[in-house]
Design a protein around this ligand. Structure first.
Ligand code: SF4
Ligand code: SF4
Length: 368
């Protein structure tokens, strides 16, 4: 099973310029204990190493922490990546995620120019002001509205070229339908839902989640009204963990981005290379297989699960629970309940061919 899903060469590199952020969202999973910051030559070298691997489809993400703290570094990195990937024998996708509060007009102009199908911007937004500001707060001033600062910038971005990343929390779950309507009304129709996982969902909240998602799916299935894309599952971890690596502010490569909830020191055993020595593929494989084997012993029900193709295995939850000495079984059951709710409802999203996972879980609308 493991060998079937593990890819020998990484096809995704998550770049974390640093672990700094101007926000302190209550659900942020990044431990923020590493003060190192990348510079352009290091990013360039990591990109060169990553491009030397054989996969024909590659993804580079800037999705961990806020990549627009240094907007010049971000723009120069993108420009370099675009230049170095030109006329190569692979397809590249770039994905960046921002909280939006820092975007200046020059950067917005840059994004308007370069965003396209191959370069996607994710915007972190949990709904209208009340829901968004319930969890997303500024690091230095908790009274100031994050929504007010981010929304004024998000409105200047090309709506079809950005994707809303919306974290669903148990306490705000009843507003989910209304928040989604708010996105749709404002022209943001590409939406990823990301349920909060390092927390507990009561039976009552799971019921609410189910009811709200049913309502949202009905809205999306009305294809005369919307032309966007609704993704209920892709942000549940899993599928990319087996093919991705993390390039961190300390110029080292790590197994995957899910080492970030651990303190910096505890991440050492997941280091799989650096920009001077390159990536140690053997080490990457052996660390991954060891972790997966430990996880499988704790949760062999995932191996037999009829929907593991859609949910995948909560390996990061295992890593997190081991380090923080949490009751893995309890958190696993909780995760599994949320995952089953989302997977089962995904089946209700209309699509042309329900046997195709992408179409099954991603309700791409083609009729205007
Ligand atoms: S914006 Fe992202 S990185 Fe920053 S605190 Fe919030 S969740 Fe964490
Ligand atoms: S639904 Fe539950 S058992 Fe199935 S793969 Fe997901 S976590 Fe594992």
């Amino acid at each position: 099973m493991t060998n079937k899903i593990f890819s020998q060469y990484p096809s995704q590199m998550d770049i974390s310029f640093s672990e700094n952020c101007n926000l302190a969202c209550k659900y942020c999973f990044v431990k923020k204990t590493n003060s190192a910051i990348l510079d352009l030559p290091s990013v360039q070298k990591a990109v060169d190493i990553f491009f030397s691997f054989p996969p024909k489809k590659k993804t580079i993400t800037f999705t961990t922490c806020e990549p627009f703290l240094d907007q010049e570094l971000f723009k120069q990195s993108i420009t370099y990546i675009l230049r170095k990937s030109k006329n190569r024998d692979f397809q590249l996708q770039i994905v960046a995620t921002t909280n939006g509060t820092l975007l200046n007009d020059k950067t917005i102009t840059f994004l308007n120019k370069y965003l396209n199908d191959k370069f996607i911007l994710n915007i972190g937004l949990d709904g209208a002001k009340k829901s968004n500001d319930a969890y997303r707060i500024f690091k230095t001033d908790h009274t100031k509205s994050v929504f007010a600062d981010s929304w004024k910038n998000f409105k200047k971005l090309p709506r079809q070229k950005v994707r809303v990343i919306s974290t669903i929390t148990p306490s705000e779950v009843s507003s989910l339908g209304e928040n989604t309507k708010f996105f749709l009304k404002n022209g943001f129709e590409n939406i990823d839902f990301f349920p909060q996982i390092f927390t507990f969902w009561s039976k009552d909240n799971l019921k609410k989640l189910s009811a709200e998602l049913t309502y949202i799916i009905e809205c999306f299935n009305d294809k005369t009204t919307y032309n966007g894309e609704l993704r209920l599952l892709n942000r549940l971890w899993g599928r990319s963990d087996y093919r991705s690596i993390l390039f961190s502010g300390d110029r080292k490569f790590y197994l995957f981005e899910w080492v970030l909830p651990l303190p910096h020191k505890a991440r050492e055993e997941y280091i799989i290379g650096d920009i001077d020595t390159g990536l140690n593929l053997k080490k990457r494989k052996s660390i991954f297989l060891k972790l997966f084997s430990e996880f499988s012993k704790k949760s062999n029900q995932c191996m037999q699960c009829d929907i593991n193709d859609f949910c995948s295995y909560p390996l990061p939850l295992y890593l997190w629970s081991q380090y923080y000495k949490k009751d893995f079984n309890k958190y696993f059951d909780n995760f599994c309940n949320v995952a089953r709710t989302m997977v089962n409802l995904s089946k209700k999203i209309k699509s042309q061919d329900k046997t195709d996972r992408e179409k099954w879980t991603h309700a791409k609308k083609t009729n205007k």
